[in-house]
Design a protein around this ligand. Structure first.
Ligand code: KIV
Length: 281
């Protein structure tokens, strides 16, 4: 039994049925060991295209390829037993139209074992979402600040303030109506997030969208303090692992220079002896 109280793997209908109930817990993962850490605690594990910025040092998510998503998806799959796995469709892999989106989503699902895909966009993506969901591809939608459109937005700005709220509301209604099983709401004001959450039938998963949502998602490296000095308002740092790692690396460097590492216990002797677990003679 996992910390989420689930004995079996989550499915998109399980996630959709959590609307208005205990908030959904979602984090990103890009590797097997991190997926293993998340599996007991998360309802949804997202292989986000944030991988491009977080692990590959890209300036935005725009340079992320389908091959990168498939490789990281395969790694995450090996670490999950219970949480629902969702893989992001990268920029350029679905926007041409429903057929392109289906071809690439089918490839992602077949090659990674992912249960669902996520794609960015509201009204303009509704037809594609309907096409995919009608052909066995569960879709998590993503509206509000959609990072793949960063240049069109002129930066990573809050979306849906004032009169712009109606645009985001229409986007959320459109993706829910098109058959998405959940929708990520990114960087929108609390009142709008509350209104959308009350109005649509599928769970809203917020990132910078207030506790009014049906669940929350964060980039795991952000909340663990592993992604440098990136400190946006909506991220709570639950640990400072970057600082812990830096201190450990500094100690290692000093001990190597002072010949204090390796110490006697790390050195192999001439005498053959019984090999203990995890040790090669
Ligand atoms: O790519 C990503 O990690 C995401 C989440 C932050 C929602 O899309």
């Amino acid at each position: 039994m996992s910390a989420t109280g689930q004995a079996k793997a989550s499915t998109p209908p399980d996630i959709a049925a959590r609307k208005g109930k205990t908030p959904l817990v979602c984090l990103t993962a890009y590797t097997t060991p991190v997926a293993r850490l998340l599996d007991r605690h998360c309802d949804v594990v997202l292989v986000g295209d944030s991988v491009g910025m977080v692990l590959h040092g890209l300036p935005s998510t725009l340079g992320v390829t389908l091959e990168m998503m498939i490789m990281h998806g395969q790694a995450v799959r090996r670490g999950l037993e219970r949480a629902l796995m969702v893989v992001d469709m990268p920029f350029g892999s679905y926007e041409e139209g429903p057929e392109q989106a289906f071809r690439n989503a089918a490839r992602v699902m077949a090659e990674t074992g992912s249960t669902a895909v996520k794609l960015e966009g509201g009204e303009t993506m509704a037809e594609t979402i309907r096409f995919l969901t009608g052909r066995g591809v569960p879709v998590m939608a993503h509206v509000g600040l959609t990072p793949q459109a960063v240049h069109a937005f002129g930066g990573y700005r809050v979306q849906g303030r004032g009169e712009d709220a109606e645009r985001i509301r229409r986007d959320a209604l459109a993706v829910a109506e098109a058959g998405a099983f959940a929708v990520v709401l990114e960087k929108v004001p609390e009142l709008l997030a509350r209104r959308i959450t009350e109005e649509i039938a599928i769970p809203t998963i917020g990132i910078g969208a207030s506790p009014a949502c049906d669940g929350q998602v964060l980039v795991v490296d952000d909340m663990l303090g592993l992604f440098g000095d990136f400190r946006p308002k909506f991220v709570k740092r639950y640990a400072e692992l970057g600082q812990v790692a830096e201190a450990a690396i500094a100690t290692y460097a000093r001990e190597v220079r002072e010949r204090r590492f390796p110490a006697a216990e790390h050195v192999f002797g001439d005498e053959p002896r019984t090999v203990t677990a995890g040790e090669a003679a």
